[in-house]
Design a protein around this ligand. Sequence first.
Ligand SMILES: C[C@H](O)[C@H](O)[C@H]1CNC2=NC(N)=NC(=O)C2=N1
Length: 112
Amino acid sequence: MQSTQLNTQACEACHVEAPQATEQQKNQWLSELSGWQIQTEQGVEQLYKTYQFKNFVHALEFTNKIGELAESEAHHPKIVTQWGEVTLAWWTHKIKGLHKNDFICAAKSDQV
Ligand SMILES: C[C@H](O)[C@H](O)[C@H]1CNC2=NC(N)=NC(=O)C2=N1
C-alpha cells in the first residue's frame, strides 16, 4: 500500500454512512503520524496527542490555529488547553469512530 501524504489531503465531507477506517488503514495511517495514539473513550475510538508549550499564551495561540484548521476542514477536534499543554482528540462524531479525515487532520495539526 503506497504511503499517502496525509498532510497534503483535504477532509472529505463526511456522512453517516461513511466507512470507519479498517484496522489495516488505522495501522498504516498511524505509522505515518508521530506522537499520536488511538484511545477509546465511551466506546468511541479517538486519535490523541499532547503538545507541550512554555506557557499559557503559547498554548492558546496553538489552540486558535487548530481552531482555524478545524473551520477550514469543517472537521473539529476536542481541544483541552492548559498552561503549557494542549491535548487534541480527533474523531468523527457522525460515525462515532475514526475516519480518514481524522488522520488527515492529525497530520495537519502537526504542521500548525
Ligand atoms: C455540518 C457540519 O459540517 C458537521 O456537523 C461536521 C462538523 N464537524 C465535525 N467534526 C467532527 N470531528 N466530526 C463530525 O462528524 C463533524 N461534523
